[in-house]
Write a protein that binds this ligand. Structure first.
Ligand SMILES: Cc1cc2nc3c(=O)[nH]c(=O)nc-3n(C[C@H](O)[C@H](O)[C@H](O)COP(=O)(O)O)c2cc1C
Length: 465
């Protein structure tokens, strides 16, 4: 297993204050687009609060046989392998030097890779905080081989929403930019060759404590990226798809608006979503994946299901998701007032369309690579991505965007479930072709890109706060 933490060594490391304030705005409000506020009056506290609620370590697990502990973070990750790295540029933040930083989650600190004014001309604009999220695919590939690329894209979608929602809870707007020339951004950030830039996220808003930007020369420290493994195995298909989905300059002119998502209706109208007061900070920091769910009789209400679906399918702020590419199919096992079956969700009308009737527990588990949690949950999901429509608008780059959207929906489902007193688990392992056959999906009507499950978690004795 490669080192789970990337460090850029030989650079100044700046403290982020411990125990930053908790964003108190209700999590469901934040998920529904309401901006919160922050008491952070300076740059270090602001950045600390932002990262503490989006990317920091939030718990640990202890392996009973060896006593070894390993870290869990606010953002989830396939196999807890965390291929996503958080770099950020700041300009004009109070009591914080302008520069380029890399977040060090193991110590909740910022590695200062460059000092002074930096402007990434191709993306990011003049925002006071610009994140560059990268993937280290080897972190996933040593275990999941070629499928790792998809997991990295899902994880990126989760990290994007973790960051965007934490920012909103603190009163900031965010815009995700997927359409940028990869190599130009990698060179600008002087990334190690094993790190690939995937998403750029601009943060703006009156909540960010600002001052005049620094004038003067930029000093580059760069830093030496730690070696994650003695040797790595190259996967030609991963390199191939990454190369095929890259953009080269100039790219701005080529952003196209995708054809609208299909709209439809179903016979089952969902009730209005719930409102709850649980704070964003508490929900984000306590989110955990369930290892398995209590099978039994306990069910969720139709209002809970409606809340999950409504919060998961709200519009995203990005340059690639002006229209949605993902459609949700549900395997309803135990939802009050809803017969067991498969349903398609139509978000505009908040309606469910019946696709298949009857008990789906064995099927959902079977399709999810035999993982019982998909059958023991109260509801499981297949996220169906319209890769053709994404491709028509964005070319091969669209492949990334569909997976980012799936991960982003997953992150919203995690947080909504946690708020409702339920638990969730992302499921990257499923049998693609069998899902298409079971849902009777014609090739042009989409492909399965992600599975998900929500229910009542079986307690995990290894978990330590
Ligand atoms: C993209 C993605 C795919 C995942 N796939 C699976 C899966 O197939 N089976 C499973 O049990 N957990 C899966 N998980 C859950 C991870 O194992 C979990 O996020 C990780 O162990 C970290 O734990 P945490 O979410 O509690 O922080 C997945 C998570 C993500 C984000």
């Amino acid at each position: 297993m490669p080192d789970p933490f990337r460090h850029y060594e030989g650079v100044p490391v700046l403290d982020l204050p411990a125990d930053p304030p908790i964003p108190e705005t209700p999590a469901l409000d934040v998920l529904n687009g309401v901006s919160g506020s922050t008491t952070a009056a300076d740059g270090p506290t602001f950045l600390s609060q932002l990262l503490f609620n989006s990317a920091a370590i939030s718990a640990s697990k202890r392996v009973p046989s060896t006593g070894d502990r390993y870290a869990l973070r606010v953002n989830p990750s396939s196999g807890n392998l965390h291929p996503t790295e958080f770099h950020f540029l700041t300009r004009g933040m109070k009591d914080w030097p302008d520069g380029l930083y890399h977040y060090r989650p193991s110590a909740h600190m910022a590695e200062q890779r460059a000092l002074g004014g930096l402007e990434m001309k191709v993306a990011g604009g003049s925002a006071p905080i610009v994140f560059v999220l990268t993937s280290i695919v080897w972190r996933e590939a040593w275990k999941y081989r070629e499928r790792a690329y998809r997991y990295c894209l899902h994880d990126m979608g989760h990290a994007w929403q973790a960051l965007a929602l934490a920012a909103r809870a603190m009163g900031c707007d965010s815009l995700a930019i997927g359409h940028f020339p990869d190599d130009t951004v990698a060179e600008f950030c002087r990334l190690h060759e094993d790190e690939w830039p995937m998403l750029i996220i601009e943060l703006r808003g009156g909540a960010i404590p600002v001052r005049e930007p620094d004038a003067g020369e930029t000093i580059w420290y760069g830093g030496c990226a730690n070696q994650l493994s003695k040797e790595i195995t190259e996967y030609a298909r991963i390199n191939g798809i990454h190369a095929a989905t890259k953009l080269i300059e100039p790219v701005r002119a080529s952003i196209r608006t995708a054809d609208p998502a299909p709209s439809g209706s179903g016979g089952i109208k969902l009730p209005p979503p719930a409102t709850l007061r649980r704070s964003f900070g508490e929900v984000a920091r306590s989110r955990r994946s369930a290892l398995d769910f209590e099978g039994g009789m306990q069910s969720i209400s139709l209002t809970q299901l409606s809340t999950l679906l409504a919060t998961a399918t709200r519009r995203f702020c990005s340059d690639f998701a002006s229209t949605r590419f993902i459609q949700l199919y549900l395997y309803a096992h135990r939802v009050d007032g809803l017969d067991a079956g498969v349903y398609r969700f139509w978000p505009e009308r908040a309606e469910l369309e019946t696709i298949e009737r009857g008990d789906q527990r064995v099927v959902a588990a079977g399709l999810s690579l035999g993982q019982e949690l998909a059958g023991n949950a109260c509801v499981a999901f297949s996220m169906i991505g319209d890769l053709e429509r994404a491709g028509r608008a964005h070319g091969d780059r669209g492949y990334r965007y569909v997976h980012f959207e799936a991960g982003a929906i997953g992150q919203r489902l995690y947080l909504a479930a946690q708020t409702l007193g339920l638990s969730a688990t992302g499921i990257g392992a499923f049998y693609d072709e069998e899902v298409h056959r079971y849902l009777k999906l014609a090739p042009e009507s989409g492909q399965v890109v992600y599975h998900f499950a929500i229910g009542y978690a079986v307690p995990d004795p290894r978990l330590e706060a």
